[in-house]
Design a protein around this ligand. Structure first.
Ligand code: SF4
Ligand code: SF4
Length: 207
């Protein structure tokens, strides 16, 4: 397949997924009652979340697409990664200033990344608890308002972490992806593990 055509197709898929998944992203950020979204959709009381109905076909599509077209999930599929790309690109259109993160701060962010990752592992070991009871009304905006009024500390901690990281993503490209996303950290660790055990083509040793 012609490489220009391939790139156009990849961009259509990337932004097409983003447009389709955007309502789900909004509901997940503002209303998902589980510490880790997308795992317990079948049991979830948030009946207006599209993930409840389309998660399985979506995952099947993503696996097929990533495998067949050899696409990196984070760069070419994940709608939240695309949202991070978009906020940064829009800001670059307004101002060309680029921010360099000092090394000490980078180290702190890297520590934060593993703190979030450890928190997610603990949540998984504890059965991915639900941390607030979502109240559903027929109107999405009212449902979101009620989540805001009834959500406890954990709800706000997660909300502010996600929105704060998205806001930082305006200045630092993919801030959430680089320093907070537990799925991204999992991918990174898997890649590092593979590299470590890859046989060296020159000496034949592993690691
Ligand atoms: S269906 Fe429920 S658990 Fe699944 S992502 Fe949506 S809000 Fe979260
Ligand atoms: S790091 Fe997380 S949010 Fe970012 S693109 Fe990857 S999976 Fe998506």
């Amino acid at each position: 397949m012609d490489s220009k055509f391939k790139r156009i197709l990849s961009l259509i898929v990337k932004y097409g997924i983003f447009v389709i998944a955007f309502p789900t992203l909004v509901i997940v950020i503002l209303r998902c009652p589980y510490v880790i979204p997308f795992l317990a959709c079948d049991l979830c009381p948030v009946v207006d979340c599209p993930s409840k109905y389309y998660r399985k076909p979506f995952i099947a599509f993503v696996i097929g697409y990533v495998v067949l077209f050899r696409k990196d999930f984070c760069a070419w599929v994940c709608p939240y990664g695309t949202l991070n790309d978009l906020v940064y690109k829009i800001r670059r259109k307004v101002s060309k200033i680029s921010i360099k993160i000092p090394l000490e701060l980078k180290l702190s962010f890297n520590i934060l990344k593993y703190v979030v990752f450890a928190f997610v592992i603990i949540a998984l070991l504890n059965g991915n608890p639900r941390y607030y009871v979502p109240i559903h009304t027929s109107d999405l905006v009212t449902s979101i308002k009620l989540a805001y009024l009834t959500g406890g500390d954990v709800y706000f901690a997660r909300l502010y972490l996600i929105l704060g990281a998205l806001l930082l993503g305006v200045l630092i490209p993919r801030f959430w992806c680089r320093y907070l996303c537990p799925l991204g950290t999992t991918f990174q660790l898997i890649k590092k593990g593979f590299r470590r055990f890859k046989k060296c083509s020159k000496c034949g040793n592993y690691g």
